[in-house]
Design a protein around this ligand. Structure first.
Ligand code: CP
Ligand code: NVA
Length: 314
């Protein structure tokens, strides 16, 4: 595939990529990882380029992987806390976007409202990358698919069980990516927590082309039965703190614990985008078990960030 087709594009949703492009990004991520371990830490594809990180919420993995990826690609990054920019004092997003594009080569933004990201992208002519919104987390899904491919040797036909909040941003991107790549994704969640209807519709369209299967179930065992991958995320995402008690009550049945994972395949892998809340969506014994790949998954955020940045900003 000609890498020039990616140049200058935004990445707001994982579905901004075609399935072929997604496969290409995943393979390039694996390639960056191989090169990293053969001693090529610095590959100066983005010399002189600057990425701005406009963040409204906390971050460990996304911030550090993007900043390190820029450094290892020979570029630079600027961490721009939303509140410290004039945005925090009410300067419109559309004005900020048109100013930042005059200085820097791309923006990775972490926002509460996905529509703010869409507005940013509408007004800025530089690539805008979704570093997590209330709707999606495409950078996470790329690293997740890379991790599954690395651990299982394939994605197509695998059974992925997601347990917990079915309206979760990380799940939305995972659902789209799984549908694009022909996996079988079972989402076990409570009534009232089903995926966003537009995301689900798009995922179903992708699935009809790829042969993927999508199932929303209420019974956690049905989802985990014979699963190759067991995935969960927090029950209370950033910005949902006021609903904490209700969410904990509603979702407690979907905890990933030793009793539940007994139903998965023996060689299943446990995944979590992190940060994890032990004792809530996952128990200590599962996240610390030999089946857990969460640290490799987190590491892969770095290698896949290099793939995304080198393609969009290169
Ligand atoms: N998984 C993830 O995006 O982590 P951070 O919130 O630490 O960036
Ligand atoms: N769903 C979580 C993901 C954090 C990476 C949140 O939005 O807080």
């Amino acid at each position: 595939m000609d890498f020039r087709r990616f140049r200058g594009r935004d990445l707001l949703s994982i579905a901004d990529l075609t399935p072929e492009e997604l496969r290409f990004v995943i393979n390039l991520s694996l390639d960056f990882k191989r090169r990293f371990y053969s001693g090529e830490r610095v590959i100066p594809l983005l010399q002189g380029k600057v990425l701005g990180l406009v963040f409204q919420k906390h971050s460990t993995r996304t911030r550090v992987s993007l900043e390190t990826a820029m450094a290892q690609l020979g570029g630079r990054s600027l961490y721009l806390s939303w509140n410290e920019l004039q945005l925090g004092r009410g300067e419109p997003i559309k004005d900020t976007a048109r100013v930042l594009e005059r200085y820097i080569d791309g923006v990775a933004a972490r926002v509460y409202r996905h529509k703010d990201l869409v507005e940013f992208a509408e007004y800025a002519r530089i690539p805008i990358i979704n570093a997590l919104s209330d709707l999606e987390h495409p950078l996470q899904a790329i690293a997740d698919m890379m991790t599954i491919l690395e651990k299982k040797g394939r994605i197509e036909g695998l059974k992925i069980a997601f347990l917990g909040d079915g309206s979760d941003n990380v799940l939305h991107s995972l659902l789209l990516a799984s549908s694009m790549l022909g996996a079988r994704i079972y989402i076990a969640t409570a009534p009232g927590y089903d995926p966003n209807s537009e995301i689900l519709k798009r995922a179903e369209e992708e699935a009809s082309r790829s042969g993927a299967e999508i199932k929303i179930v209420r019974d956690p065992i049905e989802a985990v039965e014979d699963a190759d991958v067991v995935y969960t995320d927090v029950w209370v995402s950033m910005g949902q703190e006021a609903e904490r008690e209700k969410r904990l009550r509603d979702l407690s049945k979907y905890q990933v614990n030793a009793g539940l994972v007994k139903h998965a395949k023996k060689d299943y892998i446990f995944m979590h985008c992190l940060p994890a809340h032990r004792g809530e969506e996952v128990t200590e014994d599962v996240i610390e078990s030999p089946n857990s790949v969460v640290w490799d998954e987190a590491e892969n955020r770095l290698h896949s960030a290099k793939a995304v940045l080198s393609l969009l900003l290169g």
